[in-house]
Design a protein. Structure first.
Length: 317
C-alpha cells in the first residue's frame, strides 16, 4: 500500500492533481489531492485475489472510484456523476442480496425497500464527502468504523469479507494516515477516497442489517450523521441552498473559527464514534440504544449552541 501511495504521489505531482486553498477550505497550502485512491485499490485487489465472489462489490467500487477520481481532476456533468453513483449503489445492493440469499420480487414492498436503501446510501455518500474537510478526520473515523466491522465479523460470526481484505483496507488507512494525519498534510483523500470509503462502509452496514435484521448498525455512522443532519437543518432554517458548497459543519467551525487543531477534532469525532460503537455492540434493547443516542444529540446541540450561538446557527451570516 505504501508503494502504491508513493507511486500515486509521483503521478499527482506530474499531472498537477492538487488542492488549492479557497474561501471554503480549512487548509492554507497547496496539497496533493486524491491520496485516498488506495482505499478502492485495496478493496478491488483484495476481492480479485482473495474473494472473487464479491465481484458486484468490486465493480461498484471501481465505478464510483473512477467517476470520483475524474471529478477530482476535472468538472464532470452532474447527471453523469449521479448516474454512476446510483449504478454503484445498485451493484452493492445486489451483492448484499446475493450474499444473504435474499430473493427479489417486483412488488411494491420490494421496490420501496430498494428506493429507501438508495436514498439512504446516497445520503451517506454525500455526508461522508462533506465531512472530509480537515486533516485526519476521514482516516480516523474510517479506521474506527472498519475496525468495528472487523470486530463484529470475528466475534459475532457475521461474514462481511475475508479477513485479508480487511487487513488490506486497514493497511490502506494506515498508509494514508501517515501522510494525512498531521498538522500540514501531504495529501488529501479527495472524492475518490471519501466517496469510495463511504460506499464500502455502506456495504458493511447493509450486510450487518440484513444478517441481523437490526437497524441499529446504521448508528455506526451516528456521529457523522448527527453533524451532517444538524447542519442541513440549520441551513434550511437559514433559507440557504443545501446543495451549495459551504463550511458550516460543526467540525469546520471548530477548525476555522475556534482554531482547534485538525488532529484534535479528528480524534474527538473518532473517539465519540468508538464510544457509540461500544454501546451498540453491548446493548440489544432498542429503547436503551435510542435513549443513549438521544444523550449524544442533546450533548451535541448544547455544545454547538453554547459555542456558535443561535444567531450564527439560525440566521444568515
Amino acid at each position: 500500500m505504501f508503494v502504491l501511495e508513493v507511486i500515486y504521489f509521483k503521478i499527482a505531482d506530474r499531472f498537477n492533481i492538487i488542492d488549492k486553498p479557497n474561501l471554503r477550505s480549512s487548509h492554507t497550502q497547496i496539497t496533493l489531492r486524491g491520496g485516498g485512491i488506495i482505499f478502492p485499490l485495496a478493496l478491488i485487489i483484495g476481492v480479485m485475489v482473495i474473494e472473487p465472489s464479491q465481484y458486484f462489490l468490486a465493480i461498484g467500487v471501481f465505478a464510483i472510484a473512477t467517476i470520483s477520481f475524474l471529478d477530482d481532476i476535472m468538472t464532470l456533468n452532474n447527471k453523469l456523476r449521479i448516474g454512476l453513483h446510483l449504478v454503484s449503489v445498485l451493484l452493492i445492493l445486489t451483492q448484499v442480496f446475493f450474499n444473504q440469499n435474499i430473493s427479489f420480487s417486483f412488488n411494491l414492498a420490494s421496490c420501496l425497500l430498494i428506493i429507501v436503501s438508495l436514498i439512504i446510501i446516497i445520503g451517506i455518500i454525500n455526508a461522508y464527502n462533506f465531512m472530509d474537510g480537515i486533516n485526519g478526520i476521514t482516516v480516523l473515523y474510517s479506521y474506527v468504523t472498519i475496525a468495528t466491522c472487523f470486530y463484529l465479523q470475528k466475534f459475532l460470526n457475521i461474514h462481511l469479507l475475508q479477513d485479508p481484505i480487511f487487513y488490506l483496507l486497514i493497511a490502506s488507512l494506515l498508509v494514508f494516515g501517515f501522510f494525512n494525519l498531521r498538522k500540514k498534510a501531504k495529501t488529501f483523500a479527495g472524492d475518490v477516497g471519501s466517496i469510495t470509503m463511504a460506499l464500502i462502509i455502506s456495504f458493511f452496514l447493509l450486510t450487518l442489517i440484513a444478517a441481523t435484521n437490526n437497524l441499529k448498525w446504521v448508528l455506526l455512522l451516528g456521529i457523522y450523521g448527527l453533524d451532517a443532519v444538524a447542519t442541513i437543518i440549520c441551513r434550511i432554517i437559514r433559507k440557504e441552498n443545501i446543495f451549495d458548497a459551504h463550511r458550516s459543519h460543526f467540525y469546520q467551525y471548530l477548525a476555522n473559527d475556534r482554531k482547534w487543531p485538525h488532529v484534535l477534532i479528528a480524534v474527538l469525532y473518532a473517539s465519540l464514534q468508538m464510544l457509540l460503537n461500544v454501546t451498540l455492540i453491548n446493548l440489544e434493547s432498542p429503547v436503551l440504544i435510542i435513549g443513549i443516542f438521544m444523550v449524544f444529540i442533546m450533548a451535541y446541540a448544547t455544545l454547538r449552541l453554547s459555542l456558535e450561538g443561535k444567531k450564527r446557527l439560525f440566521f444568515k451570516y
